[in-house]
Design a protein around this ligand. Structure first.
Ligand code: TRP
Length: 466
């Protein structure tokens, strides 16, 4: 049996932090921007009817996402500890550690399928290099669409290659993480995030010159209120949490590496805004293609893979741009995975007091072993369903639609009602060094009265209770 407070032993060691405000921003943005923006956001918008979903998504970010993000930063920086021990450090009732434990569980559930999708994305870089999409312009729209769709099926359904690619994506993340906070996470995110942005803008410019640009734009921004229903709201809220990496301790863990002089509220606003901007850019790059090539916007997780090769199919150097785009997507997937894996890694390293290297190996190997189940969840394991969902959908549903919103609710209640207001005010104003008392008042009000209420209503409704 372990002693209950043995976490404090290892946290006495000097903890790493990011080196500057810019590094904090890029690392946090690197966590937020990921497959969520370029893969999940577009297909959920497609499945949930377009503009109305986008509107609810914005509201979720503003009224729930940002306040919860600031709260996670508060818990992390104040405690300078991993997502589980943070609660002990803040002298809270040990029951609150459940947030951290659920977080560690959610991190694994998400990594199981996220690494599979990351593997698809990596493999597309090599497909494009090998010329799989290089002569699409010789075919009619319909034939080109068929070719691209077949490529997706062969990528995901062949027996070994998706598992090998998944393994490669996990390995890359592991190698960066072994480098640690400054040399690993910080260095990679600071270089790669700007590159990603530039590539995305190029994709948008091209997409906007397609004949279906207007229809795509309308789909994304035209609000049809009749499309709003409880399941749309729950998906938008779940996406807001997934997008901003909230509800499972990622931002607690990253917050624990923040510099003392960082303005937590500013960081959250800048990250939320930039992240949402990137999602919209992805939507603008993808939906014009859907409408130009007569595809279905609600085709689900394959949407990204079936549209992007077509965006660039009829332009000079198109093939190079396809390669560039999938490199971009790989970057996004990788920097986001770093932050996911960091939750269990920080926890295991500090809890068992082992070398960081070993916890990286433990977390990566277990992700690979269980994660392989998701790769063939709709083919070989297609008959295995739990609650009517295959492994892939089940892991996604439990994490995004249950653990993240419930984790967010508990975090909001914890910071709003169970820690002293003074402690929150001190931390958010950097011990009164910032003169931001008005913003803090607004944050505190929304966090205490609005975010939990919204989360509760939406959640009870989704369970059919109200
Ligand atoms: N935000 C990332 C994305 O959009 C995914 C992600 C990284 C995440 N860390 C997380 C999601 C923690 C939930 C929780 O792709």
């Amino acid at each position: 049996m372990k002693k209950p407070n043995n976490e404090s032993v290892s946290t006495n060691k000097k903890r790493e932090t990011f080196s500057s405000g810019l590094a904090v921003f890029f690392a946090t943005l690197g966590s937020a921007v990921g497959l969520g923006n370029i893969w999940k956001f577009p297909y959920l918008v497609g499945e949930n009817g377009g503009g109305a979903f986008v509107l609810i998504y914005f509201l979720s970010i503003l009224l729930v996402g940002m306040p919860v993000m600031v709260s996670e930063f508060y818990i992390g920086r104040k405690s300078r500890s991993n997502a589980v021990s943070a609660f002990t450090k803040l002298k809270a009732n040990p029951k609150w550690k459940i947030i951290g434990y659920f977080g560690v569980a959610a991190a694994f559930l998400i990594m199981f399928y996220y690494s599979a999708v990351a593997g698809w994305v990596y493999s597309y870089v090599f497909k494009a290099i090998n010329g799989a999409f290089s002569n699409l312009s010789n075919f009619s729209f319909e034939q080109a669409t068929n070719i691209v769709e077949n490529q997706f099926l062969t990528t995901t359904e062949s027996l070994y290659s998706p598992i090998i690619w998944q393994g490669i994506s996990i390995l890359v993340v592991a190698l960066i993480l072994i480098g640690g906070v400054k040399n690993g996470i910080e260095r990679i995110t600071k270089t790669l995030m700007p590159v990603l942005f530039v590539l995305l803008v190029i994709s948008c410019i091209r997409a906007l010159t397609l004949p279906g640009a207007k229809a795509g734009f309308n789909f994304l921004f035209k609000i049809d209120f009749s499309k709003i229903n409880p399941s749309v709201i729950l998906s938008a809220l779940g996406l807001a949490f997934f997008k901003l990496s909230l509800g499972m301790g990622t931002m607690i863990t990253y917050g624990s590496y923040f510099t003392e002089d960082n303005n937590l509220i500013h960081t959250s606003a800048k990250v939320a805004l930039s992240d949402t901007f990137v999602s919209l850019l992805a939507g603008i790059a993808i939906f014009p293609v859907v409408f130009t090539f007569g595809m279905r916007p609600n085709s689900g997780p394959s949407l990204l893979f079936n549209t992007i090769p077509l965006v660039f199919s009829h332009i000079p150097f198109g093939n190079l741009l396809i390669i560039a785009f999938f490199i971009l997507a790989s970057i996004a997937a990788t920097t986001a995975s770093l932050s996911m894996a960091e939750v269990p890694i920080a926890f295991i390293t500090e809890k068992w007091n082992i070398k960081r290297k070993y916890s990286v190996i433990i977390v990566s190997l277990s992700t690979f072993i269980v994660g392989a189940l998701t790769v063939h969840s709709s083919s070989i394991f297609g008959h295995v369903t739990i609650l009517g969902k295959n492994f892939f959908d089940l892991f996604d549903y439990i994490s995004s639609n249950i653990i993240l919103p419930v984790g967010g609710l508990l975090i909001a209640i914890f910071v709003g009602y169970f820690v002293s207001k003074d402690s929150v005010l001190d931390e958010l104003s950097n011990n009164n060094k910032l003169s931001n008392s008005k913003t803090i008042t607004i944050y505190y009000f929304v966090l205490k009265y609005i975010s939990p209420l919204l989360l509760l209503i939406v959640f009870l409704n989704s369970l059919g209770i109200i």
